[in-house]
Design a protein around this ligand. Sequence first.
Ligand SMILES: Cc1cc2nc3c(=O)[nH]c(=O)nc-3n(C[C@H](O)[C@H](O)[C@H](O)COP(=O)(O)O)c2cc1C
Length: 200
Amino acid sequence: MKQHSINPLDYRTPGHPINPIFLSRWSARAMSGEPIDHELLLRCFEAARWAPSASNCQERLFLYAHRDTPAFAQFFSLLAEGNQAWCHRAAVLIVALSDTLDAAGRPIRSHAFDTGLAVENLLLQACELGLVAHPMAGFSSERAISELNIPQRYLPQCMIAIGVPGDVNELSEFNQSRELPSQRKPMEEVTRASGFEPQN
Ligand SMILES: Cc1cc2nc3c(=O)[nH]c(=O)nc-3n(C[C@H](O)[C@H](O)[C@H](O)COP(=O)(O)O)c2cc1C
């Protein structure tokens, strides 16, 4: 498979040694517009299936549309304009749903969190396969619910574009300028060796 011209490992340096897959995964936008084999998509979903969840409820459901199916245009239309500008070259669009209820019909507090864990597994597996995989909150959740006939117990959490890496020069000028692996806050800003001090 064609590789993206940008290698995140050239831009990202971890503060401590970690598995390079965590640095290699990034939200690229340049995709070629080629379809992908369904088997590749199944490998991404398989990784998502093995994510942990509270009480092993596994309360996630991935709706998907390959680009050569009628559902693709329907999924594409749900995206915000800014995302449509580059997602037209995606091979697959996904709507990640969380199931808010367990098998007994009781609310699950961590449904969004658990679905997020599954999405990260999916993204990492896609990266491992050499695919672009980009999560998006820029879409109409209300329209997804009504136009995809999503039952009330499910909540759309994000959409995901998956595709074959493409030519950065085919992105708009704006998106070309954004096609760079991002950095992270320092460790001291995201960890604390204790709770907080009393507030007053
Ligand atoms: C829940 C979520 C929603 C996001 N929504 C969008 C989006 O609508 N459009 C977009 O271009 N990127 C979106 N992103 C990608 C983030 O901007 C990206 O993950 C972040 O800048 C870190 O960069 P990296 O993924 O390349 O490491 C989203 C990411 C997440 C996790």
